[in-house]
Design a protein around this ligand. Structure first.
Ligand code: BES
Ligand code: ZN
Ligand code: ZN
Length: 489
């Protein structure tokens, strides 16, 4: 869908040409573009301030129908994220204009203090991510996505650049897939259906895929996971996806929380918290979509994705507050609160992963706690790890992809808050303060000595309002982060 070209705007017809403009510097080296920009900045209403836009029709001496100038602010402030946003704005405008294509002008890399690869990557990523709207449930779509995004470059594209664009597309497609899954309402993604959606998407990718049934989970004693799904008439599933490079030396296991709907169980959520709980499988969506991207990225290691899928519902069979269950490891858990279900399904799945795959690195992604939202807000994830290097690598990947992560503490003495009078551990801490931390500490009891990190994505999994390269709703948070990270571990 992305095409790299060096077309001449004097000779080729262009329906919409999008040009980034700096407030205080010229960032183009093409004479035609320079000329267009200098005309635009003479307008009183346009100076190139961030997010400013001006649209000119039929600029002279070109075959351009619409020329859209988009401000990217002061030159020294132009970074990779601004370029993603610029491309996203360009695509959104083209969609609104009911076009099929857009031509985006890349700035001269040197003038924005970046490498040409970084500029290419940022702009193609922003453009592909913006070119998507969740319309599965609309009879007619109003805003049709573009068929082609053309990047106008100063020179002929090299093989390396073509490979880079392919990689960006694989990762962005993964992100869009995760968004689709998370946006899907809970009545159409009960565990059986969600497992099928994953299997279908993974078909022909070369991934090995295995879906564990309820009977298999019982036989293998996934006691904590089964206690969560007990109240639902929809049986649980665990999807296991394996990518293995030939002669792989290292194994990375990714585990994603997949609660397809979280009512809270008998500790029922209030209406305000209930209505958005279809998003409680955002971790699983990110992990499964990452695996599909990984199949085309082909890193030199073994990557395993595991997604425990359950529905947390109420019925005569549902787990009661106070019940004591036996987890996969044999550890008993007092279910102090049926709404703290994520840690239960993750505990079993991670313990299984440790035993079966002996991972060099284990990472879980989960919409785990409301407390995480209180701590870091809606745009940042919390990272927990005793391994500084791993935590730093995650934070760094988050900086690169603008999926921001903050390293949080795992204080040993807080484990006291999870003590149970009757069982080995309680899933409900004795205080609500530090809820994101106590949730992470609970998980830490099930991973042994494995190098492990937990990423709480309760905030950034979802956004009410759309932004430059993501519509309202699911964000696909985590896919780009994990894809970046896997290459660096
Ligand atoms: N799925 C929720 C966490 C959540 C809240 C995600 C808001 C996204 C937005 C999780 O299962 C939950 O309910 N956690 C409880 C834990 C508590 C009972 C210890 C919470 O955060 O209140
Ligand atoms: Zn819950
Ligand atoms: Zn939950």
């Amino acid at each position: 869908m992305i095409k790299l070209t060096m077309l001449s705007i004097e000779r080729s017809k262009v329906e919409l040409l999008a040009v980034p403009v700096c407030e205080d510097a010229d960032i183009h080296n093409n004479a035609q573009i320079k000329h267009l920009v200098s005309n635009a900045t003479q307008l009183a209403e346009f100076s190139g301030k961030e997010k400013q836009q001006v649209l000119l029709y039929d600029p002279p001496e070109t075959k351009v129908k619409r020329c859209l100038f988009i401000g990217v602010g002061k030159k020294e402030k132009v970074d990779i994220e601004r370029l993603r946003c610029f491309a996203g704005q360009a695509v959104q405008k083209a969609i609104k204009a009911k076009l099929k294509k857009v031509v985006i002008v890349l700035p001269d890399a040197e003038s924005v203090n970046a490498s040409s690869g970084d500029v290419l990557e940022a702009i193609s990523e922003g453009a592909v991510l913006a070119n998507h709207k969740f319309e599965k449930y609309k009879e007619k779509s109003e805003d049709k996505s573009l068929k082609e995004i053309i990047l106008l470059r100063p020179a002929r594209a090299t093989q390396k650049e073509r490979t880079l664009v392919k990689r960006v597309q694989a990762v962005a497609q993964g992100t869009l897939l995760a968004r689709e899954w998370v946006n899907t309402p809970a009545n159409d993604k009960v565990p059986v259906q969600f497992a099928k959606m994953i299997s279908t998407a993974a078909k022909d990718t070369g991934l090995r895929i295995n879906v564990m049934s309820e009977a298999q989970l019982k036989k293998q004693r996934f006691g904590a996971l089964l206690s969560v799904s007990a109240g639902s008439s929809n049986p649980p599933k665990v999807v296991e996806m394996v990518y293995a490079a030939p002669k792989a030396k290292k194994t990375i296991v990714l585990v994603g929380k997949g609660v397809t709907f979280d009512t809270g169980g008998y500790n029922l959520k209030p209406s305000s918290g209930l209505s958005t709980m279809k998003i409680d499988m955002g971790g699983a969506a990110a992990v499964a979509a990452t695996m599909i991207a990984v199949a085309s990225l082909k890193p030199k290691c073994r990557v395993v994705g595991l997604t425990p899928l359950v529905e947390n519902m109420i019925s005569g069979q549902a787990t009661r507050p106070g019940d004591i269950i036996t987890s996969y490891t044999g550890k008993t858990v007092e279910v102090g609160n049926t709404d703290a279900e994520g840690r239960l399904i993750l505990a079993d799945t991670m313990a299984y992963a440790v035993k079966k795959y002996k991972p060099d690195t284990l990472i879980d992604l989960a919409t785990l706690t409301g407390a995480c939202l209180v701590a870091l807000g809606e745009k940042m994830a919390a990272v927990f790890s005793k391994d500084e290097t791993l935590a730093e690598a995650i934070v760094a990947s988050g900086q690169a992809t603008h999926e921001r992560c903050w390293h949080m503490p795992l204080p040993e003495d807080y484990k006291e808050l999870l003590k149970s009078e009757l069982a080995d551990i309680n899933n409900m801490p004795s205080t609500r303060y530090g809820g994101a931390i106590t949730a992470a500490l609970f998980l830490s009891e099930f991973v042994g000595d494995t190098r492990w990190a937990h990423i709480d994505i309760a905030g950034p999994v979802f956004q009410k309002k759309g932004s430059d390269y993501c519509g309202p709703g699911a964000t696909g948070f985590g896919v780009r982060l994990l894809c970046d990270l896997i290459g660096k571990l």
